[in-house]
Design a protein around this ligand. Structure first.
Ligand code: A3P
Ligand code: MG
Length: 252
């Protein structure tokens, strides 16, 4: 199977799940809070599980919404998926949520597709143009750091203060990483907890766009590990990497 075909599968999976999520919200106007979160998580997971079984039979899957299995550790091909990232924002009727579809082959995160707030806006790491998207929206003002709107890590306040940066709150790790890809922000800094599915797909897109991606200590983000807990990361424009990493070191 070629990368192109895998990218087509990833895009299609992201599109179908995002479409389903839009339908779920429209069909259940009386629901809010936990009930809508659960319906969204389960509905998107069901679509993805069904389509993966058809489009990529034999591949292993690591999903936020499915039981984990050791089988993925010995598998050559592993789809790392978050059927609904930004669950809280989805349940509040906002559009800062995403569907994450990544493919790990062997030791390598080979591609990612991220649907942003619905089926019409999908970033795929293999698309021409991903690498030039951020150029259009460069800013001369202060560095803009995307940060969780519901639980901003304290560390980011320190990083922001030492860089003289502006914080831009939004939901979903995928939305935040893609905001850097699209030049709407300059960095995403996160610490304190997250899992592989929260970052794999958008990190693949960010790498394809030429952005810096790493753990807060500068080490590589590594996927398909026995424990999928991957609690911190930084994604930023390469031009500001040294300043951002210096500020993070001082804040840790
Ligand atoms: N401290 C933490 N521990 C575990 N997961 C966290 C976390 N902070 C953020 N996340 C996860 O990262 C995603 C983005 O969060 P945020 O919008 O606050 O930045 C959310 O994924 P889900 O919506 O898939 O649960 C959230 O659960
Ligand atoms: Mg998530």
């Amino acid at each position: 199977m070629t990368d192109t075909t895998d990218a087509d599968i990833a895009r299609e999976l992201a599109r179908l799940a995002a479409q389903r999520l839009i339908e779920i919200r429209a069909e259940n106007p009386e629901l809010d809070g936990k009930a809508l979160k659960d319906l969204g998580d389960q509905g998107a997971q069901a679509v993805l599980a069904e389509r993966l079984a058809t489009l990529a039979p034999g591949d292993a899957v690591l999903s936020e919404e499915a039981a984990d299995s050791d089988a993925r550790l010995g598998a050559e091909r592993v789809w790392i998926i978050d059927p609904l990232d930004g669950t809280r924002e989805f349940s509040e009727g906002r559009d800062d949520w995403a569907v994450h579809i990544a493919l790990q082959i062997g030791d390598e995160l080979t591609l990612g597709a991220v649907a942003l707030g619905g089926p019409d806006e999908i970033l795929v790491s293999t698309d021409a143009g991903v690498d030039t998207a951020r150029g259009a929206a460069e800013s001369d003002g202060p560095i803009r750091i995307a940060v969780s709107r519901s639980r901003p890590p304290e560390l980011v306040e320190h990083v922001s203060a030492s860089l003289g940066a502006e914080l831009v709150p939004m939901g979903s790790a995928g939305v935040k990483i893609c905001s850097v890809v699209r030049g709407e922000t300059d960095a995403y800094v996160h610490g304190g907890g997250q899992y592989e599915w929260d970052s794999a797909a958008p990190v693949a897109v960010a790498r394809a766009a030429g952005l810096h991606t790493s753990r807060l200590d500068g080490s590589d983000l590594v996927y398909n590990q026995p424990n999928p807990y991957l609690p911190d990361l930084v994604v930023c424009r390469p031009e500001i990497r040294d300043d951002v990493m210096t500020a993070i070191r001082a804040a840790l």
